[in-house]
Design a protein around this ligand. Structure first.
Ligand SMILES: CCCCCCCCCCCCC[C@H](O)CC(=O)SCCNC(=O)CCNC(=O)[C@H](O)C(C)(C)COP(=O)(O)OP(=O)(O)OC[C@H]1O[C@@H](n2cnc3c(N)ncnc32)[C@H](O)[C@@H]1OP(=O)(O)O
Ligand code: NAD
Length: 257
């Protein structure tokens, strides 16, 4: 799908990979509907994207009403919705048992609700709008890009909920793509390795350092948000990407511990 004149909703657009993805799609000519809980940081998009092509929607991907309002606003303001990029996510961590205390179920529920249920909430509501689009080349009506994680395969200490949520994103990619193929909507997920964003800033220093030293093949550094955004743009523009999860991790591979 060519990006010029298209409309994209980007969740988690206030920070990190979502912020870079919103800016990258806008630079290629798309109008952006940004959805994030963090209104203050999301407002920084106004410095990067002209007002006529930007709509900021405060809300949670885990809330049906918030996402429904955002996709309705997208169509009301820009006439259609063609692209959805799911970047919203949290990485709250806890050990399965820590000092005798079991993993807090509230933490599990929060991480699954945002990372997995929230991703699917956006997929289902955005796809419903895409089905109303006129078919383009190949009969294409829309593209959905989700964010999983290398943690789906290589979760760290404390990441039971996070890794499960990301494995769920990978798991839903193919069946959702099967559901939507007859309507001309593609579904692709990205599994990033370690990227230099606010989410990772909260990681214990020796964790990120040990991941880079133990697992990242080359280049031995964290990924940059712009590198993630470049892959998002490529997926949208290349119609032959569908129903798959693409690792973007500098060849990171599992280590024994
Ligand atoms: C086909 C194959 C593909 C393979 C692909 C591989 C890709 C590469 C990996 C993917 C990376 C993806 C990144 C991800 O999507 C984004 C994020 O996950 S960002 C946030 C990540 N956060 C974490 O991973 C940390 C989660 N854990 C914690 O925060 C803590 O462990 C805890 C659960 C809150 C508990 O902490 P504590 O109460 O302090 O107790 P601990 O016993 O855990 O800590 C003691 C000590 O050990 C250090 N430590 C903790 N976890 C690790 C670890 N995983 N590795 C090394 N060291 C660890 C901790 O910092 C403490 O150190 P101290 O301060 O005591 O010296
Ligand atoms: N940074 C990494 O190393 C890495 C690696 C693999 C996958 N990921 C995934 O990439 C995505 C983006 O992460 P990031 O590194 O840019 O983190 P980040 O913390 O910089 O950005 C995450 C954004 O999501 C928003 N958000 C959180 N909960 C929300 C909700 N309920 N509704 C709407 N917005 C919400 C936050 O406000 C924030 O702006 C996440 O899904 C994360 O799990 C990150």
């Amino acid at each position: 799908m060519k990006l010029e004149g298209k409309v994209a909703i980007v969740t988690g657009a206030a920070s990190g990979l979502g912020f870079a993805s919103a800016c990258g799609l806008a630079a290629a000519g798309a109008s952006i509907v940004a959805l994030d809980l963090d209104e203050a940081r999301m407002a920084r998009l106004r410095e990067q994207i002209e007002p006529s092509r930007l709509l900021l929607c405060a809300g949670s991907v885990a809330e049906e009403a918030h996402v429904a309002a955002a996709v309705d606003a997208a169509v009301a303001r820009f006439g259609a919705l063609h692209i959805a990029v799911n970047c919203a996510g949290v990485a709250d961590a806890a050990k399965t048992v820590s000092k005798g205390e079991p993993f807090p179920l509230a933490t599990w529920n929060k991480v699954i609700a945002i990372n997995l249920t929230g991703t699917f909430n956006v997929i289902r509501l955005a796809a419903a709008k895409m089905l109303g689009n006129d078919p383009g080349d190949d009969g294409e009506r829309g593209v959905i890009v989700n964010t999983a994680s290398g943690a789906a395969w290589q979760g760290q200490v404390g990441q039971a909920a996070y890794s499960a949520s990301k494995a769920g994103v990978i798991g839903l990619t193919l069946p959702v793509a099967r559901d939507l193929a007859p309507h001309g909507v593609r579904v692709v997920s990205i599994a990033p390795g370690l990227f230099d964003t606010a989410m990772v800033a909260g990681m214990p220093e020796q964790v990120s350092k040990s991941i880079i030293e133990r697992m990242v093949l080359f280049p031995a550094r964290m990924g940059r948000a712009e590198e993630f955004a470049a892959l998002v743009r490529t997926i949208v523009e290349n119609a032959y990407f569908n129903a798959t999860t693409i690792s973007l991790d500098a060849g990171a591979r599992m280590s024994a511990r």
